[in-house]
Ligand binder design. Sequence first.
Ligand code: UD2
Length: 307
Amino acid sequence: MHFIVTGGAGFIGSHLTEQLLSDGHYVTVVDNLSTGSLQNLPEHPHLKVLIKDISKCQPQDFNEQIDGLAHLAATPSVTQSWLQPLKAHHNNLSATIAVIQLCQSLNIPRLVFASSAAVYGNPTQLPISENQQTYPISPYGLQKLVCEQYAKLFAKQLGFSFVGLRLFNVFGPRQQPNSPYSGVISIFVNAMQQGLPITIYGDGTQTRDFIYVKDVANGFTKALTTHLKSGSSLICNLGNGKNTSLVELVDILKTCFPKHQLATNFMPARPGDIQHSQADISNASSILNFKPQWSLKSGLEFFVEVP
Ligand code: UD2
């Protein structure tokens, strides 16, 4: 099959591209390289890379029959969405509408969208199921939620099938550690490798559902290839299904890497931080046959080995 992966040179998109290629598929990556890098991608005879903003793509940019599109290109930052809401709106929401139009003009039968647990805001119950009320507390969460709603509407109208995957806390190789708002694991691993202290915001009892990036790539692959009815829409959480506190995370890091120093400072909790998060993954497991293969510990061990 031939798939388009938008944001395919980024953290999650590049792992998805690798998995699709190793499963024998053809992939066209579309990426404007604003945060992604060509170094994240392998050289492969079945891989084409189009360095372009997805919202500027035209149907004639693609010559082949496309069997599915995974849309991961975005400004994936809650902070940026507060600082530059119009720009984030363009990159997250308007770009998704451009993708939907591309699905229409190229007759693409499946759209898979990288949504986020941010659509829930403060969860009212754990684990969080897809039926839980959505109440985004950032422009980013709101943009992801409205993207889902646009895609659902157009899936029904145009007859393609849509899967929105609500990602929880993804970690693994190629995640950028260099902003204070990068994923906590990339920041801690980077500090550990450089012998620098880490900072825990709050008392460290907050929990997150950490999912290894290769499991996320696998979830996307299943969402692209599982048979679904034309015109149907499916929303699935994509997490590990377990929650781990930051204190437990630090303990796991210390056991995995006993030779590294890990000095810990505590600072006041970040405003707007949620206390607990854990995905109910029964939808993904029953409909997409998704099962996480990596624990936090095995993912961390592999991650730190891989440069
Ligand atoms: C995640 C997503 C975010 C949004 C949100 C929705 C990532 C990177 N971010 O934010 O895009 O979808 O979920 O709920 O996946 N922390 C520290 N020390 C540090 C860095 C972080 O203690 O140096 C804490 C932070 O205050 C928070 C926890 O670690 O309590 C996780 O932080 P995060 O930025 O990795 O992810 P999160 O859940 O806030």
